[in-house]
Design a protein around this ligand. Sequence first.
Ligand code: ATP
Length: 198
Amino acid sequence: MAKTIGLTGGIGSGKTTIAKYFMKKGIPVYIADVEAKKVMQSSTVVNAIKNAFGNSIFEGNDLRRDKLAEIVFNDPEKLKVLNGIVHPAVKEDFKEWLLQHDAYSFIVYESAILFESGTYKDFDTIIAVTAPLELRIERVIERDKTTREHVLKRINSQWTDAQRISKSDYIIENIDLEIAKNEIDNILKILKIKQNES
Ligand code: ATP
């Protein structure tokens, strides 16, 4: 059975960049954000969202994600409703994906909100990616061509690095990517040794 690694980190920490390195090393990676977008197109989830939020956030059958985001990020109760629809559907999707990748020694599940969603409990090992706050802000402004205020709003809606660190097994500080990659190599060596011992 594959050992499961939960990979997390705040916005701009570089967790997707790190996830891609795991992929390059032949380790299957489930990017929760990408898969959630696919899951949100399934008819069951579309119907549940229509029932909860009405037709006005749809254009035909296409979900206007921007309109939905506008609603839920300004109303914690509505965010809870949306999460109550999407999280179980993603969990189910991941369960199936995991069965398909069970022959691998390791798999990685990447999510920004691994702790906030409670999903962290499902993994054998948790790795948090960190980077100095200012660097994270600069990276996201550059990547998304967005404003500092927008990035800060997202950062403030997530756990802090200190919170993530306190609940993680390994921390990767992602400033210099080559150093971060070395840290991944070392973590994988340790995990392989542990796996052989068990
Ligand atoms: P989000 O939570 O928004 O998905 P993320 O944590 O997945 O963010 P990435 O998208 O991997 O972050 O990285 C943010 C940006 O910073 C990207 O443009 C990426 O190319 C760049 N980046 C990541 N790590 C490094 C690094 N070590 N050196 C330079 N640039 C980096």
